[in-house]
Design a protein around this ligand. Sequence first.
Ligand SMILES: C[S@@+](CC[C@H](N)C(=O)[O-])C[C@H]1O[C@@H](n2cnc3c(N)ncnc32)[C@H](O)[C@@H]1O
Length: 240
Amino acid sequence: MLGQTPPVIAEDELHELGRDSGAHGEVVLRRRGPVTELVVDGVFAMDDVDTSTERALATEALRRCPGADLRVLVGGLGLGWTAATVLADPRVAAVDVAELQPALVGWAGAGLLPGLPELPAGRLRLLVGDVADTLAGSPGRWDAVLLDVDNGPAFLVHQFNAGLYAGAGLTAALAALRPGGVLAIWSSDPAPELAGRLATLPGATDVEHLVLPVERDGRRFDHALVLARAAQSPADGPTG
Ligand SMILES: C[S@@+](CC[C@H](N)C(=O)[O-])C[C@H]1O[C@@H](n2cnc3c(N)ncnc32)[C@H](O)[C@@H]1O
């Protein structure tokens, strides 16, 4: 998810594709010239000028997952780039996407999301709801859990998402993984505190913090991924 100012394009090029209001505020999908934008609850969530880091969330997690028949949970559908990148990996057998905004799931079905213009039959389940509830309800289920629901732990779109990045939320995400599975979290800015918090949890091992620079309008933005592996057993996690 992006937190920066959208590109300056003439207002008359703005074309609204969808707008909906519900329990979690308003969601707007629109095109600004050649670019698709998503605004969630009044916060500019993302556009598709450069989706390299949304796609890297998937590829970096999956290249740390050995084997085939992988099951993956994506938290936050957005414009569909992360989910589509997961689906592009032939080793992935099943992808669950938890999305808070029912309208986005509807727009995906109508082919309006640029990252996921067609919904593949069979391997993809779109779930409407809070990813925190999905995580809590399914211990040991996924090989990878990918979270991109905010602009990052320091720039929340919904205040209730703060719990995802706290110790209890991270512990629930790790518990939703099979032993050795991978948790990956996208952040619009470097998030060393999040990596540090994960490293203290007994359920986590192999914590990594990757900074991914992106050039936009002549400016450099450092997005980040925080990754951790679910401990094979409590003995694998950090001690002390
Ligand atoms: C920036 S978008 C995700 C972008 C996505 N990675 C992509 O590649 O297009 C964030 C999405 O997370 C959703 N979201 C926010 N909080 C959520 C939550 N607690 N559970 C599920 N979805 C959530 C938002 O509605 C939005 O669709």
